[in-house]
Design a protein around this ligand. Structure first.
Ligand SMILES: [Zn+2]
Length: 526
């Protein structure tokens, strides 16, 4: 019997039932009796109902909250309380787009990490409380009773106050991207055989190949800099900056789609980092994925070679992004386990227009314009060189920070018993607080190496990025030591590897280990 996976279809994490197989080549995991889940859910509902009655409000299920996911009726859940913020959507200082993404969801962890330096949003939100929620779509982190994240926010906030710095200053990004844009234009012209270069050394095959590689890097860099910061509201202080910066880099220049990235990365990956069946960056099924990244996935013989066959496949990441946004976000209305809220005609129009715009300047223009000497036979091979370069550049950056022997995989590698007895007060609990889990599921590398930091968009400070996504990446090198200090005080293990090569080895080591550990994971299941 194949494992059932209704979470991927938005049917709810906790209703998943993976069947246990006797075969030695497969393992499976969460076989907690249904009655246990039901009793936990019933107990939760009773507690929530009592609290709601005491507060004079109503109790809702997560599915009922999820129905209010439009501008007309916009509900959110924060720390078990439900808020109807429909009347306030246009007053949100952070703009409407992010609220429409948050609509109908439990946004506890996003709410905290997107308002790290002020208490005001909590006071404003309080006015819109309408009740409590009795169930959850995704697993809950342990409450931060030790005040770890609050301490981090106070210390990092003090740094910005003392230094009188704008955490979202867009200008360091703008200067860098102007430089990248110039190199991008030059490499585009060389790669596509601009007539002005005819007869010179830059018109040769070697030069055109190198230019294709350079263009591939130039295509990735704005995504790692301006686009990434914009998607986290960290590029400038207003929604106009984020929309403009993000869409210019992602939609117009790279032919991908910002709305899709918002759902996959901001709503999914950043909230449930490395949480199995909740983080869209991980496989969203227990069997049948070409990658085995967590022990709870069924082991198959082919995984023995995943450390060899996966890295070459990373080259198609850029192409995959552009297909996935249409097929998943716009087509099936989901990004892995993340439900996509209703998309407006404007979002549809923007997606179609920017895809055509990108295809026009990237493919039609060099092939049709008299300014370029290129044919189908020369254009396409060089096009794919650039595409693969972008794919490798992005994928290796993303992979080494989370898919690593140094990282935790909440609910993905713990034996079932640990999850059942988890300290979060229920079988679905993640054993750590949200902020602690961010530290444990990420790994930093090459601190204080300015070139690495530039090339990877400061993602070598991955822990800082996950704890303070709304802070511009150009501040990370300065605030990482503050975070390390707080981690030390709270006894949280902040991992930093010396350089990219070591981080890359840790990534390969993880792929290798998970490829070999089919039997070991099964031992847990007894
Ligand atoms: Zn991010």
């Amino acid at each position: 019997m194949p494992p059932q996976n209704d979470a991927a279809l938005g049917g709810g994490f906790f209703r998943n039932r993976f069947t246990r197989k006797n075969s030695t080549s497969s393992l499976i995991i969460d076989d907690t009796p249904a009655t246990s889940t039901e009793s936990v859910a019933a107990a939760e509902a009773t507690v929530a109902a009592t609290a709601a009655a005491a507060a004079g409000g109503k109790t809702y299920t997560w599915e009922e909250v999820a129905e209010h996911n439009t501008e007309k009726s916009l509900w959110v859940t924060v720390r078990g309380k439900v808020y109807d913020i429909s009347s306030w959507v246009n007053n949100h200082p952070g703009g409407k787009e992010i609220l429409l993404l948050a609509a109908g969801r439990d946004i506890t962890y996003a709410f905290d990490s997107y308002h790290p330096f002020t208490e005001k949003p909590t006071q404003v939100l309080g006015k819109f409380e309408i009740g409590t929620v009795s169930s959850h779509e995704f697993p809950q982190y342990k409450p931060d009773t030790r005040g770890f994240y609050k301490t981090l926010c106070t210390r990092v906030g003090d740094y910005f106050k003392q230094e009188k710095l704008n955490p979202k200053d867009p200008f360091p990004g703008i200067w860098r991207m102007l430089l990248v844009a110039m190199v991008a234009v030059a490499s585009f012209m060389v790669c596509n055989g601009w007539v002005g270069l005819e007869g010179g050394v830059l018109a040769g095959w070697g030069a055109r190949f190198v230019a294709a590689v350079v263009f591939g890097v130039c295509q990735a860099l704005p995504l790692l800099h301006v686009m990434h910061d914009s998607s986290h509201l960290a590029f400038g202080n207003t929604e106009r900056w984020w929309q403009m910066g993000g869409r210019l880099a992602m939609d117009f220049f790279a032919g991908a789609n910002m709305t899709s990235w918002h759902n996959q990365h901001v709503i999914g990956h950043h909230i449930y980092t490395n949480v199995f069946m909740a983080d869209p960056a991980l496989p969203d099924k227990s069997a049948g994925d070409p990658r085995r990244l967590v022990k709870k996935q069924a082991w198959e013989g082919m995984y023995k070679w995943q450390h060899l066959y996966l890295p070459p496949l990373y080259g198609i990441l850029g192409i995959k992004f552009r297909v996935q946004d249409v097929m998943e976000t716009y087509g099936s209305g989901s990004n892995g386990p993340v439900r996509v809220n209703p998309l407006s005609p404007w979002q549809w129009g923007e997606m179609i227009f920017t895809k055509l715009f990108w295809f026009g300047w990237r493919v039609v223009f060099p092939l049709m314009s008299a300014s370029f000497r290129t044919s189908m036979a020369t254009f396409w091979p060089l096009f794919f060189v650039s595409e693969f370069m972008t794919g490798y550049f992005l994928a290796f950056n993303f992979q080494v920070s989370h898919v690593s022997s140094e990282c935790d995989y909440p609910l993905g590698e713990a034996p079932r018993e640990e999850a059942v007895e988890g300290s979060a007060g229920g079988k679905e609990g993640i054993k750590d607080e949200w902020a602690v889990s961010q530290v444990k599921s990420s790994v930093d590398y090459a601190h204080n190496n300015a070139l690495t930091t530039f090339l990877c968009g400061a993602l070598n400070y991955q822990v800082t990025h996950h704890l303070f996504p709304t802070v511009s990446q150009y501040h990370y090198p300065k605030i990482a030591p503050i975070i390390q200090e707080v981690c030390k005080e709270f006894n949280v293990d902040y991992k930093v590897l010396p350089d990219f090569v070591t981080a890359f080895h840790a990534h390969i080591a993880h792929l290798k280990a998970l490829g070999e550990r089919g039997e070991a994971a099964e031992v847990h299941m007894g």
